[in-house]
Design a protein around this ligand. Structure first.
Ligand SMILES: Nc1ncnc2c1ncn2[C@@H]1O[C@H](COP(=O)(O)OP(=O)(O)OP(=O)(O)O)[C@@H](O)[C@H]1O
Ligand SMILES: [Mg+2]
Length: 264
């Protein structure tokens, strides 16, 4: 088990964004999360990665050696050190910085030597920096952006390229559990299928798994091993994608929230 979430709840004032949500992610598993707008999908990812505070519940990350680590009260940084990385529904890229800088933000190695070596520009720092740059270039190639100018400012990128840069930023951290919040939204069909393949490839690595939010039912069927369907902050159904998406109550919840998605 890579991740265990138990009875997770998230509240924003009077809004119960997430209520009593429990699920686990196994190794080599892609878990999809679907549901109408406002169902609480992003809030689940945000709480698990510590972007927002859970009002109750517990989160455990499977240890690389030994048992799971309870991270319920640990920082986002601590959780990322234990192998969580993510993309954001609304980009959250550093707009004024370059593509390269944005991807490097996700890399750990170049920060590891501490600020003294950075300020003094020691040879070790230079080596780490060059290695990080090479990793960034390789990762941009992996996500399908081998020709993107590294020095271009992120604010000047097309929407699909921004999504891919944010995917590269998550991947360069070499996570064990990758969280993707609508990362293929607004991309063309070719890019979308490449992202789907990337998710599958990532999942195939030992000790890795993915949790992804997505509206496109075809994509969900193709990419998810297991689907969690949320409505009004709760899990309405969980299981094989075809099974879940065939359930009348799931279809009703979708039609109630977002009719056009049924034909997607
Ligand atoms: N930071 C926040 N402050 C206040 N309310 C929030 C915040 N984030 C989410 N909410 C509310 O929590 C509920 C769940 O929102 P969430 O963004 O998790 O839904 P979602 O399933 O990701 O929807 P979408 O498909 O539109 O992305 C909504 O009612 C939303 O308005
Ligand atoms: Mg969302």
């Amino acid at each position: 088990v890579l991740l265990e979430v138990e009875n997770l709840s998230v509240r924003f004032g009077g809004v119960h964004a997430v209520q009593d949500v429990s699920f686990a992610v196994l190794g080599n598993e892609a878990v999809g999360i679907a549901g109408p707008n406002g169902a609480g999908k992003s809030s689940v990812i945000n709480a698990v990665t510590a972007l927002v505070r859970a009002s109750s519940g517990s989160i455990r990350i499977g240890g690389e050696d030994g048992g799971p680590v309870d991270v319920t009260r640990r920082s986002a940084e601590a959780r990322s050190r234990l192998g969580l990385a993510r993309t954001f529904q609304h980009g959250a890229l550093l707009e004024e910085l370059t593509v390269l800088d944005n991807v490097l933000c996700g890399a750990r190695s170049e920060a590891e030597g501490g600020w003294v070596s950075a300020v003094l520009c020691t040879p070790a720092y230079g080596r780490r920096w060059r290695a990080a740059e090479e990793a960034a270039v390789a990762t941009l190639g992996d996500v399908g952006l081998p020709d993107l100018p590294l020095r271009r400012r992120v604010r000047d990128l097309a929407p699909a390229d921004r999504q891919l840069v944010s995917l590269a930023r998550a991947l360069i951290a070499q996570p064990r559990v990758l969280f993707l919040d609508e990362v293929s939204a607004g991309t063309d069909p070719a890019t979308k299928s490449r992202i789907g393949q990337l998710v599958r490839d990532f999942c195939a690595r030992p000790g890795c798994g993915v949790v992804f939010v997505e509206h496109d039912l075809t994509y969900l069927r193709q990419v998810a091993d297991r689907l969690i369907f949320m409505a009004e902050g709760q899990i309405l159904a969980v299981g094989a994608p075809n099974e879940v998406l065939g359930r009348p109550d799931v279809l009703r919840a979708y039609i109630g929230g977002e009719p056009e998605v049924i034909g997607a």
